[in-house]
Design a protein around this ligand. Structure first.
Ligand SMILES: NC(=O)C1=CN([C@@H]2O[C@H](COP(=O)(O)OP(=O)(O)OC[C@H]3O[C@@H](n4cnc5c(N)ncnc54)[C@H](O)[C@@H]3O)[C@@H](O)[C@H]2O)C=CC1
Ligand SMILES: O=C([O-])CC(=O)C(=O)O
Length: 268
């Protein structure tokens, strides 16, 4: 059984932890969860797995897989250490890789330590096809992300527009993924995943909308190249705990864990 450690015990982290603990994520066992405030959690004194605020204690558990579910800051703070301790690293806050120096640091570290950095599809899909198509040549990749107003509280859009009174869709960003990933660290990680699978952060075109007429988080992907074309629309049900994040994100991490211990892998 591979030992799993999770950084961040919020919306994604909790769903993933439960699945691992209940044996729904393949041949892996929940060893430790790194949190910022242990007193918030009912299971903080669990005897079956460790919940700790102490990063040394967390990384001393001989983890085989570390899953980051905590945000860009946690990728910066703990990514290198996870790989240094000999774990494979699953990243959901992949927008942190818009910072080329951080991306290079972690990719070099993974190579030196013979470990893998694994990026689940998370909130989007089609990465298998985009990554294969980018063997190339690939001409164009675009993403349009739309979420309801409630998903944008706590982001910079809250300063641009009155979210409570919006009656028409509002285009909050138009540009390239390098900027969308940086400007919306909790909300448009999908643009980073798409860039890494396809033609990079500076060529992937992105539009971001607040849309009062929708109830799902919608991502529309279009790509063209020698392979042909792809047009894909994804509608994620927002999780009850965090409207920025779809339930599918934790499901995708759980599927990744299953793949890591299975002799049959489909859909990568
Ligand atoms: N790749 C993708 O498609 C997606 C990526 N994400 C990423 O996942 C992140 C987490 O999403 P949610 O679980 O919905 O957020 P959340 O806010 O519900 O949970 C995040 C948890 O991480 C904890 N945390 C933050 N920094 C930490 C640190 N340094 N050490 C330990 N714990 C720390 C917070 O206290 C919180 O409990 C987002 O910020 C976003 O970057 C989210 C949705 C989709
Ligand atoms: O869950 C979603 O629809 C997308 C998301 O938050 C992200 O890309 O960070």
């Amino acid at each position: 059984m591979k030992k799993v450690g999770i950084i961040g015990y919020g919306t994604i982290g909790e769903d993933v932890a439960q699945a691992v603990h209940q044996g729904r994520a393949g041949l892996v066992q929940l060893e430790a969860i790194l949190v910022r405030d242990k007193s918030k959690y009912e299971d903080s004194n669990s005897t079956e797995y460790l919940i700790t605020e102490d990063e040394d204690e967390f990384f001393n558990q001989n983890l085989d897989i570390v899953i980051e579910c905590a945000g860009h800051g946690a990728v910066r703070k703990y990514g290198e250490r996870a790989l240094h301790h000999g774990a494979d690293l699953i990243l959901v806050s992949i927008g942190a890789f818009a910072d080329e120096s951080l991306q290079k640091l972690l990719r070099d570290k993974a190579e030196q330590s013979g470990r893998k950095i694994i990026v689940p599809s998370a909130a989007i899909g089609g990465l298998d096809r985009i990554a294969a198509g980018s063997v190339g040549p690939m001409e164009e990749v675009t993403l349009v992300t739309r979420k309801p107003p409630k998903a944008w509280y706590g982001t910079l859009i809250e300063e641009q527009v009155n979210l409570a009174e919006l009656s028409e869709p509002y285009c909050a960003f138009e540009g390239v993924a390098r900027d969308s990933a940086r400007l919306f660290p909790e909300s448009v990680n999908v643009s980073a995943a798409l860039s890494l699978a396809g033609i990079g952060f500076d060529k992937t075109k992105v539009k971001v909308y607040v849309d009062p007429h929708i109830s799902h988080n919608i991502h529309e992907i279009e790509a063209r190249g020698k392979f042909g074309q792809i047009k894909l629309q994804i509608q994620n049900t927002p999780s009850a705990r965090n409207p920025k994040t779809g339930y599918i994100v934790a499901m995708s991490v759980i599927k990744t864990l299953r793949d890591m211990s299975s002799s049959f892998v489909i859909g990568i």
